[in-house]
Design a protein around this ligand. Structure first.
Ligand SMILES: [Zn+2]
Length: 469
């Protein structure tokens, strides 16, 4: 979808094509592209001249003789193409303006979301879609007003910026870029941002949008401002669409979440969330000390829950037991899951483990979600051994990976389970911690003793307290 810098580029290219040219006739090939009366649109533009072009947010404003105005929004795929009259229209031309110089301007829109609307100089600024737009970052010199307005908005800052009412012009790409540059987590409630935060957001918005405008926009997939002009901003994109890549500042791996349905990439270390309470996922290999970390959080007074405990409780339920019986075609001979029967079945049929996980993971997820939602503790800690494999990472504001070197791990397993430690190690092979551990906000190195581990947990708590509102 074109964003402000692309629309600015389109405006500048269109100026050269239309200004001082008179419209000879207009063809409309899709009535719905015109908001309002199609016949009026066609007839009242004949013999009128394009005088100038401006832009409000992502709306293009064509100023035409006799105080007429067309507002145009490109939406997903809208484009303008200029052709000679002797050339065919563009492939998805919906509206064609025939000009007095033997050229024509095609509004091309494959996806049909774009609109053109005829209005007047007197009215266009009062149209609801224009009137609701906040000032562009370029027009904000003092953040007091936006800070005051945001105080009343409880939505995540990313959603609030996309809404265009606080400030207009930042779409999905640039919001991710601006929040990363401003070191603000996209889920931070807008109401919790300080004036200082807003200064960073607005200053970074100006800087990033200016660079993008200079480079002609970002050309993600569909944008095409005119013949032979392409945006180059994508070479300057630092975080948008780069989930899984490494942050050059802190070396962590960018994480991906959805915010208000929109794909969002952020750095888990540079962009920590500010909230009244934070959800924390603790994961790590077998024998890496996850439960010790949980114990420490608990002793410091915070709420903790372990997904293994959740599974145990689920296995006590008749409904779950009978689902597993049906799924794996086994019999428990009682109303709850018989652990021995289940373990033996999975030992003989290791391939069935995934089937079982597909049933159990969503149930566990529901319990974790409800814990995070209902519990009143400022820090809510959940231990999830297979956090990344089960795709639970999006549930947590903060992820802690408990890291251990394999020598210490084997020694610990051996002393705990001298008989079957090798089997336990084998089970743990499916744990993808090493691949994912850089998605962590914090890594606890657990090769030392308990005192050392407790010290690290206390340091994390101290740091996180700075992010509690
Ligand atoms: Zn970073």
């Amino acid at each position: 979808m074109p964003e402000l810098p692309e629309v600015e580029t389109v405006k500048n290219v269109l100026k050269q094509i239309v200004i001082n040219h008179t419209i000879k006739s207009v063809d409309v090939y899709r009535d719905k592209t015109i908001e309002g009366d199609v016949n009026e649109f066609k007839s009242s533009l004949v013999n009128e001249t394009f005088l100038s072009l401006s832009r409000i947010g992502k709306y293009l404003i064509f100023h035409i003789s006799n105080d007429k105005v067309i507002i145009s929004h490109l939406r997903m795929e809208g484009k303008y193409y200029e052709f000679l009259e002797s050339e065919p229209d563009s492939k998805y031309a919906k509206v064609v303006f025939h000009l007095d110089n033997n050229h024509k301007l095609c509004f091309d829109d494959m996806r049909c979301f774009g609109i053109l609307k005829l209005t007047s100089e007197k009215e266009y600024k009062n149209l609801p879609e224009i009137a609701k737009l906040g000032p562009e970052p370029f027009d904000i010199n003092d953040v007091t007003e936006i800070y005051r307005k945001a105080k009343r908005i409880n939505k995540p800052i990313k959603t609030a910026l996309l809404d265009q009412t606080l400030t207009t012009g930042l779409g999905n790409i640039y919001v991710d870029e601006v929040l990363y540059a401003s070191k603000i987590h996209p889920l931070t409630p807008a109401s919790l941002l300080t004036k200082e935060d807003w200064n960073r957001i607005i200053n970074n918005s100006k800087e990033i949008l200016n660079i993008a405008i200079k480079m002609g926009g970002s050309t993600i997939k569909s944008y095409h401002p005119g013949k032979d002009i392409d945006g180059n901003f994508q070479t300057r994109i630092k975080i948008y669409g780069k989930s899984g890549e490494t942050c050059p500042i802190c070396k962590a791996t960018y994480r991906f979440i959805k915010v208000g349905g929109r794909g969002t990439t952020f750095c888990p270390v540079c962009q920590k969330r500010i909230a009244k309470s934070l959800s924390i996922g603790v994961t790590g290999k077998i024998a890496s000390g996850k439960s010790e970390i949980l114990k420490e959080f608990k002793s410091l007074g915070y709420s903790v829950i372990s997904s293994d405990e959740i599974v145990k409780e689920l296995y006590e339920k008749e409904e779950v037991a009978s689902k597993i019986e049906k799924l794996l075609k086994i019999k428990f001979h009682s109303s709850k899951v018989d652990h021995d029967v289940l373990r033996n079945h999975l030992l003989i049929n290791p391939g069935e483990k995934r089937k079982l996980e597909k049933l159990i993971h969503p149930l566990v997820r529901k319990e974790v979600e409800s814990f995070i939602k209902k519990d009143k503790s400022p820090l809510k800690i959940v231990e999830v051994p297979l956090l990344f494999e089960a795709h639970f990472d999006d549930l947590f504001d903060v992820i802690i990976v408990s890291d251990i070197d394999s020598k210490t791990q084997i020694a610990r397993l051996k002393s705990r389970n001298p008989d079957n430690y090798e089997h336990l190690l084998e089970i743990n092979k499916s744990n993808k911690i090493d691949l994912n551990k850089k998605k962590a906000t914090y890594i606890i190195s657990n090769n030392g003793d308990l005192t050392n581990l407790r010290k690290q947990v206390k340091e994390i708590v101290k740091d996180l307290k700075g992010y509690l509102s």
